[in-house]
Ligand binder design. Structure first.
Ligand code: ARG
Length: 461
């Protein structure tokens, strides 16, 4: 044997040093160690269950793997690049520790079904962690929504002042985005939780394995139906990263609003000092670094998704080494999403809301012009005509540098004789918001109801 590799039998020359480094994945796939050991323990237990291993061999393997787990936990494991990946590192160490029984662990298995199993086990935990963080952030949003159910702010379309909304309502819009993100992750978990083990290299194995038994030990919902598909497709990882990319897109939208709102031009919110930084040259600066970074990091995760899609595209069946490249994007997406969610969940509860500034802004920009049109409609004017009349009133107010509510009754009646004293309640931002009191509307009473429903829905995720 010209090489110490577990697969070295048919080789006469040793691997080129550069190629060894180029093909190795242990530098990043060692993160899978806990799940690799978990899978191996289950595999060995199954092999003994069907009589391929003796009980003594199984016990030695399980004991050896547990000892290796402890070694890795206390950072006492010597990872070797020459052993390529996490799987061969652990297997080689097992044989070093327990001798010949260790060499039997790989019976009826291949690294192809092993690695596919490891990533699924790993992602299952990753998905649960992201869902927990999502829930934490959503709880923070519901708390703010409840506290700010009556707080009025301008609602925007085209980033132009459109109609008054409540800040609580705005927070619940964010909540809904994250709710769908959580549901996507739950769906994706269902498809990821299917066991490839038993597919071996690609065609299955000639040993009398009991796949259902292993699946039960590992908590998989089902075994993969087709061995070729089981070792090759990474669609579950793509789905996960896709769900992560959408979370980041949502967080980037929130981030953008926070950056705008915390600027002196808006002044709607004050972010906590603990989540901002200063400038080394401009003493007055307080920069919203955390939302900016989250906004920027969305690019990484979208990139991770593109990397995985491109990696999978056009791959012939079954396993190809290309798939070794699936890990770094998945890990990066997971780390980035977890950190971003954590940052937001920590920052938002400490954010101060400048209610007066928001209300002042909401009173500007003719935000209740639609309410005036609706008022005329209620008095019998067709909506298109009402729209025209109010447009003229807006023009007149603009020319005299006032808001609609600052026009006198006489002035308003010049545009329509149907206008009466009660118009001022309609032109107020409070009246405007309170009038939108259907399900999904911005009225404070509706926001409070939505908060109640949101809390119940959160219990169920
Ligand atoms: N490190 C490999 C990967 O991540 C494990 C599977 C290797 N299989 C093989 N036939 N070389 O995909």
């Amino acid at each position: 044997m010209a090489t110490e590799k577990p697969w070295g039998g048919r080789f006469t020359e040793s691997t080129d040093a550069f190629v060894e480094a180029f093909t190795a994945s242990v530098g990043f796939d060692r993160r899978l160690w806990r799940h690799d050991i978990q899978g191996s323990v289950a595999h060995a237990t199954m092999l003994a269950h069907v009589g391929v291993l003796t009980a003594a061999e199984r016990d030695a393997i399980v004991k050896g793997l547990k000892a290796i787990e402890a070694e890795i936990e206390r950072d006492g494991f010597a990872w070797r690049e020459a052993l390529e990946d996490v799987h061969m590192n652990i297997e080689a160490r097992l044989t070093e520790r327990i001798g010949d029984a260790g060499k039997k662990l790989h019976t009826g298995r291949s690294r192809n079904d092993q690695v596919a199993t490891d990533i699924r086990l790993y992602l299952r935990d990753g998905i649960d962690a992201v869902r927990a963080e999502l829930k934490r952030l959503q709880t923070a949003l519901v708390d703010i929504a409840e506290r700010e159910a009556e707080t009025l702010m301008p609602g925007f379309t085209h980033l132009q002042i459109a109609q008054p909304v409540t800040f609580g309502h705005h927070m619940l819009a964010w909540f809904e985005m994250l709710m769908r993100d959580g549901a996507r992750l739950r769906d994706c978990r269902g498809r990821a939780n299917v066991m490839p083990l038993g597919a071996a290299a690609l065609a299955g194995t000639s040993y009398p394995i009991d796949r259902a038994y292993t699946a039960k030990l590992l908590g998989f919902d089902a075994v993969a139906e087709n061995s070729l598909d089981a070792v090759s497709d990474r669609d579950f990882a793509i789905e996960f990263t896709g769900a992560c990319a959408l979370i980041m897109v949502h967080l980037s939208r929130m981030a953008e609003e926070l950056v705008l709102w915390s600027s002196s031009q808006f002044g709607f919110v004050e972010l906590p000092d603990a989540y901002c930084t200063g400038s080394s040259i401009m003493p007055q600066k307080k920069n919203p670094d955390v939302p900016e970074l989250v906004r920027g990091k969305s690019g990484r995760v979208i990139g991770d998704l593109m990397a995985l899609l491109t990696l999978m595209k056009s791959q012939p069946l079954a396993y190809n080494k290309d798939n070794q490249e699936d890990k770094e994007p998945v890990f990066d997406a997971l780390d980035t999403v977890l950190a971003s969610l954590r940052a937001f969940a920590g920052m938002l509860p400490a954010m101060q809301v400048r209610r007066e500034t928001m209300a002042r802004a909401a009173r500007q920009g003719f935000s209740t012009a639609t309410d005036l049109a609706d008022y005329l409609v209620r008095k019998g004017v067709p909506f298109r005509d009402a729209h025209e009349v109010v447009g003229k009133a807006v023009r007149a107010a603009l020319d005299s540098g006032r808001e609609l509510s600052q026009l006198s009754l006489d002035e308003l009646r010049r545009f329509s004789p149907l206008v009466a004293e009660d118009v001022y309640a309609v032109l107020s931002i409070e009246g405007s918001a309170a009038a939108r009191r259907h399900v999904g509307g911005t009225a404070p009473a509706q926001v409070r109801e939505a908060v109640k429903r949101a809390r119940v829905r959160l219990q169920e995720v």
